[in-house]
Structure formats: C-alpha cells, structure tokens
Write a protein that binds this ligand. Sequence first.
Ligand code: BG6
Length: 501
Amino acid sequence: MENQVIIIFGGSGDLTGRKLMPALFNLYKSDGLSLDSVIIGVGRTPYTKEKYREYLLSKGDYELTDDKLKSFVEKIDYFQMDLSNENDYKQLKKKLLATGIKNYLFYLATPPSMYGIIPANLKRAELNREEKGESGEVIGSRRVIVEKPFGYDLESAVEMNRAIGEVFPEKQIFRIDHYLGKETVQNILALRFANTIFEPIWNRHYIERVEITAVENMGIESRGGFYDGIGALRDMVQNHLIQLLALIAMEPPIYFGEQEFRDEVVKVYKSLNQIPKENIPSQVVRGQYISGEKRGIVAAAYREERGVNPDSSTETFLAMKVNIANWRWEGVPFYIRTGKQMPTKVTEIVIHFRQTPHRLFSCREECPEQNQLIIRIQPDEGMVLKYDMKIPGSGFNVTQVPMDFTYSKLGAVNADDAYSRLIEEALSGDNTLFTRSDAVEASWRYFAPILECFGNGTSIPLYGYPAGSWGPLESETIIENGHKWTNPCKNLTNTNLYCEL
Ligand code: BG6
C-alpha cells in the first residue's frame, strides 16, 4: 500500500484515544499501514507532539513493552487548529505538503455538528481534489471517513449528505459503521452465500421469525451528555441493528463489489414495511434503566448519571418488530432489541425455523422448540444449529441437541479489530463495507415516524426497567404467537456460547 497521511479531526477526543489509535497500531503491526505513513491528530487542545503522544498512550490499551509501539508512536504528530477557521486549513495544508506524501485520508471523529464545516473548509483550502497523473490516474487520493451518528433524523442526514457530497464524490466518502468491520458480521455473508444448504430454506416458507439482540451490561459511562440527546434508537438501531437485519434479509448480490453489495442493502431498507402511526405503540417498546442490583452491586438509574437530564425521557432500551414487504420475507417478523445495563453483553441473531407440519413423536418433558440457528456475533463468536434427535432407549422420545461451531477454530478472532479492518479498506479505497448515502437516507426514512412519536413524548410510553434486567416486560408483548425473546444466557456468569442449551 502507498504511503498515506491520516488526518484525524477530533484528535484529542475519546474515540481517537480509545479506538482509532489502537486500531491504527494493530494495522501497523499487521503491515496494513505502509512504513512511511504519517498520522496527524488535529484538535483545539494545545498539545506539543510529545504531550499528544503521551496522552494517546494513556488512553488506549497498549502493551508498553511491544517493540513495535515505539516506531508506531513516532509516526504520530499533532496539529492545533480551530476547525471553524478557514485560515487554519491553509496552515494544515502546508503541514501536509511538508510530509511529501500525496495521499490523504481525513477522519471526521468530531461531534456531527462539524460534519458540514470541516469538508467546506477542506474545499476552500483545495484539500479535497485528487491529484491526477498525465493519463488521468489518481496519484494523490483524497478520502474522508465519517463517524456515526450520521444524522439525527432524516432531514439532518440529507443535509449532511448534501454538505459532504458537495466536497467529495461518493466514491471518496466512507461512512463508517464498525459493525460491518466485525468478522462475524461479515461471516453472515459467507454463511448465506458460500453454502448451498441454507439458501433454499432462507425464506418465509421455512423461517418463522428472526430475533436480533445487541445488549450491553454497561450503562452510558462518561457519555451522558452525548447519549442523552440521542437514545438507543439513534445510537444502535438505525445503524448497527438495521445493518445486521439487512445482511440476514438481503438477496445475493451478483458479485461482491461495492455497488452490487450496497445496492442489495438499500433494497432491504426500501422494503421495510413502514409502521402505520397507530401501530407504533404496539410494535415499538422503549425503556430507560432505573436503579437495580447487578451481581450484588447497585447500579445508578440513568437519570442519575453524569450529564443526563434528571427528567430525561431518552430511551436506553428499545425493542421493536420489523416487517419486510418483499417476496422472500412477507409475513416473517424480525424482532430487534438493544439496551444498556442489561444482564450481559452479547450480540446474537436467532433464526427460528418453522415447526414440522406434523408432530410424529412424543417428547418426555417439554417438547423441544422448532429448529434454530443461532449466530453469535460477540462474544464467543460462533454458531449453533439446534435440531431434534431421538433419546436413546425405549419409546420414541425426541430432544433438542446442538451442532456447534466456534469461530476461533478458524484462527484468532479479535473483536476489537473492526476499526482496523475498516480503516484498512478505506486506505485502499474500497467502500463496500461502508454505508452509502442512499442507504443512510432510506434507513432514516423508515425510522422517521417512530422518532416523531418519541418527540411528542406521549404516544410511546417509556417504561423503567431495573439495571441488570432484560428490559421492560412489555417488550415481550410485541412477539407474536405466544413466543418469547430468546435471552442468550440463562447462567449469566457463563458467557459461553452454549449456556442456553
Ligand atoms: C456504538 C454506540 O456505536 O456501539 C455505543 O455508540 C455502543 O453506545 C457500541 O456501546 C457497541 O459496540 P460493540 O462493538 O461493543 O457492540
């Protein structure tokens, strides 16, 4: 790969310290970053280069004895500037030219309010235009990675797309959703499209319902000020969960290329069955954690967290039923839920297959459930297929047994590598695993009426749930036919993939 300058706006922010720099270090260690590349953190704080490096080392989780760390840190520089000041970009440009490197990757890791201002200033300083060689080939690339949240609602997302789109062509824009960088998320594509056995049954005739759960056992930690203006729908559902849903529901792309793959994702978003206003309260359940005991420790209520309005009506839990109006999925409910301060941290997809048309055999105690395929995104990445077998001995009783695969059998899985993987893709100019402008807008369009109901404060109730619980009991009411949510682990101290079996 050619040398690059990676310019991180928001260089002194939390995300840069905790996620981006460690990800760049991983990339460097795996030779994903060419040797003479340079990283420049940009921010308002008056750091010297040395102080900035020290700050970064204190924020990330580094093995200080790692012999590559020293040479990595030497690549890091700092540039203090006011992001709203046009003139400061001229100075930044001088600094970039002085590196002698032609390729620039700008990373917008700032609050979204800056997403219009930074690109406009880059354009004024002519930092957006790619350099071309004599025969028109790109010899100096200009790419921009944009962090989530991409928009606050449909209107702001459209405006952001317009503002960034005026400066960079879509091909040079990389809207990041770190879920798409996760190995096991990408593996959904391999499971579905590299095997013949699943595709014939991957439809409404064989699948009865799908559950997608992404819950966390932490609260909002130090992000109260940010989170309180956002809530679970904007933070997790509109991007990560709907992306997972798209991978489960999409049609096979004709080819794994950026246009073909992303076209299929957009088709799913466009087929989401808009929930009529009057049905929103029966399909969407919101919750907010109240104080509760988690493994003997009392956790504070959301409203008591730092940075949170004591009367806040922001949801920290959301469960909803999504229907897809297309040939493959008509009538198959997709249940999605996310929450903070839940009993465990897990992301899991459960595919429930239909019951056999006729039950031939008896069961000794409770009858086993229908077949299930559980895709565990994190932790203990892997899959379990549950199916029925005869219990040995007299009579003809059946019970459910698991066939399992643990992803680590294929090699080390580092769940923290999602950012490294995606930055590497952006450096190479491949935006297949990034969200396209029309996908962002289609997704917001689907959620717009729901958000409107949140806004008026009354039409969707906000239920309290004790920290450490599985959310408000009302979330069970959205599941049809007497089914219940599949809670990933019965024994919560056991985060093993098989704990439920
Ligand atoms: C982020 C959200 O996008 O994803 C956080 O802003 C959330 O609130 C995080 O904690 C979850 O990511 P992961 O990879 O830990 O599942």
